[in-house]
Design a protein around this ligand. Structure first.
Ligand SMILES: [Zn+2]
Length: 170
């Protein structure tokens, strides 16, 4: 099932998501639906709050269907190591049409549970490191625009307000 993507302004995006304790069929279905919704929206990462579900789960596929082994499900993730620095253009499905340069760590290790509840660690570099950070932050209610200057953020928010008034942001 393809869920509509929740856009910036919805409080679910800025609330910490709830820890997941049950690793059942329902969770597997949610992960499948999240991949489907992410691909439909042409994204490489999606966190559950972005489909209006305040649970600690995110999916990532930085190869966008190219490599089935690249599909990553993160349940209750936590960043445990950050190294180096990269600066690059970043966007978010919940802030469509906007992109800004964001500096991030270049090599990142996340600790998370899989759909069976088993803990694992995954280290990513470059785009994957960026995605691990971006999606894990979604689950604590943080958006990438918290990493850009206040001035740029205000300009973005003003543009979004205008879109909201025009009925083009829902
Ligand atoms: Zn995002």
């Amino acid at each position: 099932m393809i869920y509509p993507i929740v856009k910036y302004g919805d409080p679910v995006l800025e609330r910490p998501a709830a820890n997941i304790a049950e690793f059942d069929g329902e969770l597997k279905k949610l992960a499948d639906d999240m991949f489907e919704s992410m691909y439909a929206a042409h994204g490489v990462g999606l966190a559950a709050p972005q489909i209006g579900i305040g649970k600690c789960i995110a999916v990532i596929d930085v190869t966008f269907k190219e490599d089935p082994n690249a599909k990553l499900v993160l349940v209750n993730p936590e960043i445990i190591k950050k190294q180096g620095k990269q600066t690059g253009s970043e966007g978010c499905l919940s802030l469509p049409e906007f992109r800004e340069n964001v500096s991030r760590a270049n090599v990142v290790t996340v600790r998370a549970q899989d759909l069976e509840g088993k803990w694992f660690e995954k280290t990513g570099e470059g785009l994957l490191a960026r995605a691990l950070l971006h999606e894990t932050e979604h689950l604590i209610g943080k958006l990438y625009i918290s990493h850009i200057s206040a001035l740029k953020r205000d300009i973005m928010k003003r543009k979004i307000k205008k879109l909201m008034r025009a009925g083009e942001w829902a």
